[in-house]
Design a protein around this ligand. Structure first.
Ligand code: SAM
Length: 190
């Protein structure tokens, strides 16, 4: 797995932080998660880690960037996980996914998190959870941080809006966890 982390770093491909993936795989193991839908595969790093927890785990993962999708396909084959991971090339906002999942992992365009959440909550099992990554956004979402770059400021505002959306959501109860780049775990409460 180290070579995949190095490849991502050398090629500027954003993958989950080590602490975050360790937390997520521990959660999957301890909670007997068997079916996972991932929004944002990149080169397959998180999907490969999650599938490696148990042979019984099945993952559907969506990636819109063709180059990354092709890299992910190769990596999934290298780990011999084709039977467990089904990767789809496409925009997750336009893809129709059938079936229900124990865990939905949102790790794609930060500005679209509310849309991903609203669309894919329909694919969540009754007792399932939605996990969202990067809610700290390298510490930039913390109070008092001044951001000079306009685009970055807008993105950080959208992430803060998403956190507010989760905090105020009456259908889901969310726990914010300070691990990796900030993870949220949302469970249906209604
Ligand atoms: N989950 C991956 C991991 O930890 O190994 C990292 C995913 S990376 C942070 C986000 C990925 O989401 C990028 O590769 C990007 O191309 C993809 N993405 C962004 N918006 C998307 C969308 N609307 N549909 C599908 N993929 C999207």
């Amino acid at each position: 797995m180290d070579w995949l982390e190095k490849y991502a770093k050398d090629n500027n491909i954003p993958i989950m932080q080590k602490e975050g993936i360790l937390f997520l795989t521990k959660y999957i193991k301890e909670n007997n998660v068997k079916t996972i839908l991932e929004i944002g595969s990149a080169i397959g790093y998180s999907a490969i880690n999650m599938a490696s927890v148990s042979k019984e785990i099945k993952i559907v993962t969506i990636e819109k960037d063709e180059e990354r999708y092709n890299e992910a396909l190769k990596n999934i084959e290298k780990f011999n996980l084709q039977d467990q991971i089904d990767i789809i090339l496409g925009d997750a906002l336009e893809t129709e996914i059938k079936g229900k999942f124990d865990l939905i992992f949102i790790d794609a365009a930060k500005a679209q998190y509310i849309k991903f959440f609203e669309k894919y909550k329909e694919n969540l099992n009754e007792k399932g959870i939605i996990v969202s990554d990067n809610l700290d956004f390298h510490g930039l979402t913390h109070d008092g941080v001044v951001i000079k770059n306009k685009n970055l400021r807008q993105l950080v505002r959208k992430i803060k809006n998403y956190k507010k959306f989760l905090e105020e959501n009456e259908e889901f109860k969310t726990e914010f966890i300070q691990v990796g780049d900030g993870i949220a775990i949302s469970k249906r409460c209604k």
